[in-house]
Design a protein around this ligand. Sequence first.
Ligand code: PMP
Length: 386
Amino acid sequence: MNADPYAWIEKDLDTIYRANWYRSPQSIESCPGPRVKLAGDWLINFASNDYLGLAGDDRLIQAAMAATQEFGTGTTGSRLVGGHRDLHRQLEQSIANLKQTEDALVFSSGYLANLGAIASLVGKRDLILSDKYNHSSLKNGATLSQAQTVEYDRCNVEDVRALLTEHRDRYRKCLIVTDSVFSMDGDLCPLPQLLAVAKQFNCMVLVDEAHATGVLGARGAGCVEHFGCTGETLIQVGTLSKALGSLGGYVAADAAVIDFLRNRAPTWIYTTGLTPADTAAALEAVKIVQQEPDRRRRLQQNIQNFRDEAIANYQLPITNSLSPIFSFPLKDAATALTASSKLKEMGIFAPAIRPPTVSVSRIRISLMATHELAHLQHLAKALAQI
Ligand code: PMP
C-alpha cells in the first residue's frame, strides 16, 4: 500500500481556505499599547485584551527583568518537582486577596486553569451544565472531565432550572460553568441568579473571570465583585494575560478546593511552573489594579464615549454593557475579512473573527483605558463607513 496517510491535511486546509476560514497571525512590531506597528504602519489598536494598558507598563517590565536576573528565565520543572518559587506563592496570595477568597493557585495559562479545574472537580458519573457560548477552554475542560455535559441557552437561568429539574437526580455531583464576561459579545452572565439556582439544586459553580478581572468591580476583582457576590462559595478562574498584562492563569476558591487542585489537577501537576518574569509582572499588575482604580474609571469612560459617539452620530447597533468588548456581526467570513482590511486602510487594527471561533462572522472591537477620545471617534466613523 502506497497511500500517503497525511494527504488529508492538504485537503482539509484547502477546505478551510475556500471557506475563508484560513487563519495566520499578523506580527506586531512594537510594545503593546493603544497604537501598534503592523507591517511598518502605526495603527490604532482595537485587537488587544490589555484593557488597562498594563502590558507595556514600565513597572511590569522592570519587575519581569528583576525577577529574570535573580531567578533565571525558566523554572526548570513542575511546581511539585523543583519548579516552585516564593514568587508563585506571593502571586497566589495577592490574587486571593484581590478576589477575597481563602486561597488561589496559579497555572501556566488561563486555558490550562480551566482544563485542570473542570477535569478535577467532576468525572464520569457527574453532570456539567455549560452555557452554549462558553469559551473553548471551558468546553474542552468538560470534554476532558468525561462528565455528562449539557449546554444551556445563552445566559438563560430558566433553561438551567429546567435542565436541573430533568437531570440532576441521576448524577452524583453537578457543576454549572459559565464565562462571566463573554469573550466575543461582551455581555455579562446572570451570576446571582445562577448562584441561587445552584444552591437550590446542590450544584457547584465555576465562573471564568478572564475578561472581567481588573475591569469590573470597585476593586477590580471582576464580575463576582460587580454583582455583590464576594464571599459566596464558588470557583473563580481567570487569566493573567488580559487586564493583568502578563501570562498565566489562576483558580481562586476556598482553601480546600485549592488544596485539592494542587493534588489532582493534571494541568498544574504535570507542567512546568510559570516563569519568574511572568509571575513577577502579574504580581505587580495585581498591585496596580488595586492601587489605581482610575484606570478602570478611564476604561468605563471610554466605553461610554464610544457608545455615545457610535449611537448618536452614526446609529450603529451597540449593546449596552459595562465590558470593553463590542461585536459587529457581518453577513459571512468573506465580508468580515474585507471589513477588517478596509479598517486597516483607515488606520485601525480590528480583527475579523470567523467560524469556528464564532458561528456568525464579525468584527470584534476591544477598548483600552489608554485609548484617547480621538481614537474612539475615528473608530465610530470608520465602522459606520464599512
Ligand atoms: N477564558 C476566556 C473567556 C478567554 O477569553 C481566554 C483567552 N482568550 C481564556 C480563558 C484563556 O486564557 P489564556 O489566554 O490565559 O490561556
